[in-house]
Design a protein around this ligand. Structure first.
Ligand code: 26W
Length: 824
């Protein structure tokens, strides 16, 4: 890299901004202000803001290259970024300048903000976590790069027709994407298929048996770079997402045969690899294209790091001194045999030498506890797509099982349990086992989750390597989820304790005394109520949904999954409705609530889709009922995404975190709500446990079975119908659904939901029903006292600083990566 001086940033002033903006509008967008569309002005604005970050980006990149510090590569199939404009404005400290500059041209920044289509390159928690982590790494000046996939279509757009979910493609790139930089000149070739050949290298004494991969077909990976700006620290890291293209040679060959249509087909075939994000969250479908995606991005990323980011001639025996590849769940785990292949086949390492390095380069984060979410790849498929990798996996497994036998003796049951290869119901590679064997560290994402990994899911491995296992509790970025999403609260907090909290969230502790200050509480309530007003306007504008303003805002937003128990929430609504309509509850005595749901279901997850329909139908009936609608309102805006969360979370009073204990690995929405001053009603699950410990029992509504209790019930045989028989309130609620109250009298519509609850009820909704209702009664009583409630809300804010993703990053740095921030 040369020492050419960098062009300096545009002038940091309103005039400077106006000049740069008009230049962009005229010279890049090719239009004039008078005729520019909203999209034209948005694109010009985005590029203007980008310019202010450009010099920092080049400086950061150059510093990494020159100093060659130990870096972190976060490998993730998902990065759920959310909109970029606001975050870039904030990082560059341009919010006021931009607003003023645009106003001077008769433009409204708020309108332009809304023109941005968010890149929905993730499903939910895991993808959003990756986005929070790279934000924190940049803000902490840690040398880090995110590697992932540039899906042409992100998570589907959800619509409702008659209350049922339909999916539409998400054309997020249609209007142009001003935040990405394509680098086709850095394309990487990725191979697939074919077969392997044995050959002997050297002669006589020195002869070694080696294996060579003869691939069947290849594609190109083109990197797209995205800026990851640190918060006002002069650093901008890189997120590199890969897009698949057909190789030039491939089309050319076919083209020469004169089959033009075939050449185009080949192109399409290659480009399919990064066409669409798989919308399955937690139940893998085992699709070939998904394995292609995983190998594709991981092969591109390793090649990129080794060939582009390390200096020429770097001795790969020392790779672990320069990088830790963090595996975000099992999706990138095929990187393990890929690195072995690179070292052994391409660089001539001996097997043991290569394993020594590989073992030290990877760390693995597990994000689930559900057995069905643990990825396995059929050996048949993996061997067909990646024959050399399968060979390598077999050898890793052989040596690993030798170690197991050496340590524990010939316990064949144990060996079978621990094997990387499962034999039943079909031969398959267990990716979590491969990851655990290869990783220096394995972590769960909340204390309880990490403990359950050690004690249950990966217990045999924890016995073998107790020191390998650790915990890093998840976090969320305070820049996006407090500072940007909640300007009112941010201003109030800053006025009280200064603005240091934005990068040092523990400082929120200094707010504690303000919880006892009536004036502060009054202003806190004012902020909450303004945030509710903003939400009401959003729902009206975006969805045409009208909801009342000043009611308790009770929110459950997350992917639709049975273990998360949206059914428990809707049964609560049904029960309130039933008791109001029957006169058991005096409507004038009920605290008015607005219940907001947001949830996408995996397109093939039938039960989840039924639950969505049930929620929508209950909402229709409740909202239309002359008496019930005086105090109850249900809203279910379609297509919940990061952008909606940014308005919804700051408005919430009550955060619903009601999974069956032992099933939610962590949750991160729970943290966002607490940080924005919502009180949680929740089970002892995931990070709820830590939230409750920190904010205190008096400021958290706990209910439900504990994990050991749920496990014990499951052990002795769970009988949901017993709860139905014994609890008249529950029975009435379920009977209403069964007899068609919410389906125009048609009993068949929600029969599958009801019979599932009465039959299997795998996640013990009925067992926790009464406890949940009792907790909701406590919520209601407490909410009647606004002073007490807002005191608790302020304490939730003050005591949740631990849930900053900056703290998560510090924990990863100390416990796993052993890397350091780059000094000035
Ligand atoms: C299709 C295969 C598959 C399997 C698992 C896709 C996605 C997954 C993820 C592990 C599901 C997921 O997003 N897990 C969530 O990760 C969050 C971040 O750590 C946690 O907060 C959530 O509790 C966990 O469900």
């Amino acid at each position: 890299m040369t020492d050419t001086p960098l062009i300096s940033s545009p002038e940091h002033s309103v005039e400077g901004f106006v000049r740069e903006f008009l230049r962009e509008l005229n010279f890049t967008q090719g239009t004039v202000l008078e005729r520019a569309s909203t999209n034209d002005t948005y694109l010009a604005l985005a590029r203007t803001v980008r310019h202010y970050l450009m010099a920092r980006w080049m400086e950061t990149t150059t510093a990494h290259y020159r100093r060659q510090p130990k870096a972190v590569a976060y490998l993730s199939a998902e990065f759920l970024l959310g909109r970029q404009l606001d975050n870039a404005l904030l990082a560059a400290d341009l919010e006021e300048i931009a607003a003023e500059a645009l106003a001077s041209l008769g433009l409204d920044l708020d309108v332009l903000r809304q023109a941005e289509v968010e890149p929905g390159l993730g499903n939910g928690g895991l993808g959003r976590l990756a986005a929070c982590f790279i934000d924190s790494l940049a803000t902490m000046s840690v040398p880090a790069i995110g590697y992932g996939i540039r899906y042409e279509y992100g998570i589907f757009r959800q619509t409702f027709v008659d209350g049922r979910q339909f999916e539409e493609p998400d054309h997020w790139l249609d209007n142009g994407s001003p935040w990405e930089f394509a680098h086709p000149e850095h394309e990487v070739t990725v191979s697939f298929g074919g077969h392997t050949e044995k050959y002997t290298e050297g002669e006589g004494e020195d002869a070694v048996e080696r294996s060579r991969w003869v691939p069947g077909w290849q594609v190109l990976g083109v990197p797209y770079n995205y800026m990851v700006p640190g918060y006002r620290n002069g650093r901008v890291n890189t997120l590199r997402l890969w897009s698949a293209r057909a190789t030039h040679a491939f089309d050319l060959k076919i083209f020469n045969y004169g089959d033009y249509a075939e050449a185009v087909r080949a192109q399409t075939f290659a480009e399919n690899i990064t066409k669409v994000l798989y919308p399955e969250d937690s139940t893998p479908q085992g699709k070939e294209l998904r394995l292609q995606q995983q190998y594709f991005f991981v092969a591109c990323s390793l090649r990129d790091f080794i060939d582009q980011l390390l200096p020429e001639g770097f001795d790969l025996h020392r790779l672990h001194e320069r990088i830790c590849f963090q595996l975000n769940d099992t999706h990138p785990v095929i990187a393990v045999p890929e690195l072995m292949r690179i070292l052994v086949d391409d660089h001539g390492f001996a097997w043991d030498e290569a394993w020594e390095v590989t073992r030290r380069c990877f760390a693995y984060t597990c994000h689930t506890l559900l057995p069905e979410a643990l990825e396995v790849w059929p050996v048949e498929l993996l061997g067909r797509l990646l024959p050399r990798h399968l060979e390598i996996i077999y050898r890793i497994n052989d040596e690993f099982l030798d170690e197991v036998r050496e340590t524990f003796g010939d316990d064949e049951l144990l060996v079978r349990r621990m094997s990387i290869i499962a034999e039943h119901p079909f031969r398959a590679v267990r990716m979590a086992h491969l990851a655990t064997v290869a990783a220096t560290k394995v972590n769960g994402v909340a204390e309880l989750h990490s403990q359950l990994l050690r004690d249950k899911v990966l217990a045999d491995f924890a016995n073998l390597w107790p020191d390998k296992f650790t915990n890093v509790t998840n976090g969320v970025t305070p820049r996006r989820f407090v500072r940007l999403a909640n300007p009112g609260l941010s201003a109030l907090v800053t006025e009280a304790i200064g603005d240091g909290w934005v990068t040092d969230l523990d400082r929120l502790r200094e707010l504690e005394p303000f919880a006892d200050d009536p004036e502060f509480r009054r202003r806190f309530r004012e902020v909450k109520s303004a945030n509710k007003q903003r939400l009401v306007e959003l729902l009206e504008r975006r969805d045409g949904i009208t909801v009342p303003t000043d009611t308790m805002l009770d929110v459950m937003v997350k992917r639709l999954h049975e273990y998360k128990r949206q059914t428990l929430k809707i049964l609560h609504v049904i029960s309130l409705y039933d008791r109001i309509v029957s006169g058991e509850l005096d409507v004038d005595q009920v605290v008015p609530r607005t219940i907001v749901f947001g949830a996408k279901a995996a397109p093939g997850y039938v039960m989840a889709k039924e639950i969505i329909a049930l929620i929508n139908h209950v909402g229709t009936v409740v909202n239309a009922h002359p008496v019930a609608s005086r105090v109850l309102h249900v809203a279910f805006p379609a297509n919940y995404d990061v952008t909606v969360a940014e308005t919804l979370v700051p408005a919430a009073d009550l955060s619903e975190q009601i999974s069956l204990a032992g099933k939610e690995a962590s949750g991160t929405g729970n943290m966002k709500f607490a940080l924005n001053g919502a009180l949680t009603i929740g089970t002892d699950d995931g990070a709820n446990v830590e939230i409750r410990q920190l904010v205190g029992d008096d400021h958290f509504f706990l209910f439900g079975l504990t994990e050991p209790e749920a496990a014990a019930i499951a052990e002795t045989g769970y009988r949901p119908s017993a709860y139905y028989e014994e609890n008249p309130t529950l029975r009435r609620a379920l009977d209403l659904v069964a007899k068609g109250e919410f389906s125009g009298g048609d009993r068949s519509v929600f029969e599958p939901v009801v019979s599932n609850l009465l039959g299997e009820d795998r996640f013990m909704v009925l067992a926790d029903f009464q406890s949940y209702l009792d907790a909701q009664d406590r919520v209601e009583a407490y909410y009647r006292d606004p002073e007490a409630w807002s005191r608790s809300a302020v304490l939730n804010v003050a005591r949740s600083g631990f849930f900053s993703s900056d703290r998560s990053m510090r924990d990863y740095l100390d416990r796993i990566w052993h890397a350091e921030p780059l000094g000035d």
